[in-house]
Design a protein around this ligand. Sequence first.
Ligand code: GSH
Length: 263
Amino acid sequence: MAPQHQTSQKTYHTEATGTAALTALNHKNECDLKLFGSCFCPFVQRVWIALELKGIPYQYIEIDPYKKPQSLLEVNPRGLVPALRHGDWGCYESTVLMEYLEDLNAGTPLMPKDDAKLRAQSRLWADHINRHIVPNFYRVLQEQDQQQQISKAQELREGFTKLIDAAHPQGPFFLGPRISFVDIQVAPWILRLRRVLKPYRGWPDPEEGSRWATWVNAIESNEHVRTTTSTDELYLDSYERYAQNRPNTSQVANAINSGRGLP
Ligand SMILES: N[C@@H](CCC(=O)N[C@@H](CS)C(=O)NCC(=O)O)C(=O)O
């Protein structure tokens, strides 16, 4: 029987809002270095924050990653954002792109220069984020069974706890007073804890005075994080399809549902 009343479903936004909209507007002009991005995408936000922090000139091109225009496929045959075009060369994968920007040796470095050990440590914890934090975020959000949501939330919490234990004791950031590679790798998901996992799954706010609260506050108030962040509503709307685990949501959602690694 057809439902008598179908409540309208929210879907992903195709234009940044708030401060991110202003940043996109300020970077709409033709430039050799182009970021193909989507306003709601946390993987894109990593690269966007890195570009803003470094102060490298770039052009921001908003893409609907589910429609996959030819301009995106030319740079990334997998059809995922973020993708970068630099002159006649292109590349993709958010972590690889952050390393590429770092290797340009322009602007503020993302990792301490001339400290191989701290650079290795940064890459190690970036790997932890990609393996244990990012997939668990989607597992919690897509899970429909309440009991399972609790156990998956516990795994996500453990992922964060390991990261906090590895961080500088006072911080406020991972390596100390300044934002760096690991913070930028995890920042988009930290922002989405309050904006997405809290309303959809009851994710708790950080305990006041904790090392975790200090870190979250530092991320939230960092100017480069802020300039790439849209209004809360954009995230709430864009993630409803994940929270309801709707079919055909995305490649990420499909990978989680079938137990495969993320694309
Ligand atoms: N491993 C990739 C993941 C990128 C990704 O999954 N991007 C999503 C948007 S948040 C996308 O382009 N989805 C298109 C699709 O599902 O077809 C990275 O780190 O860049």
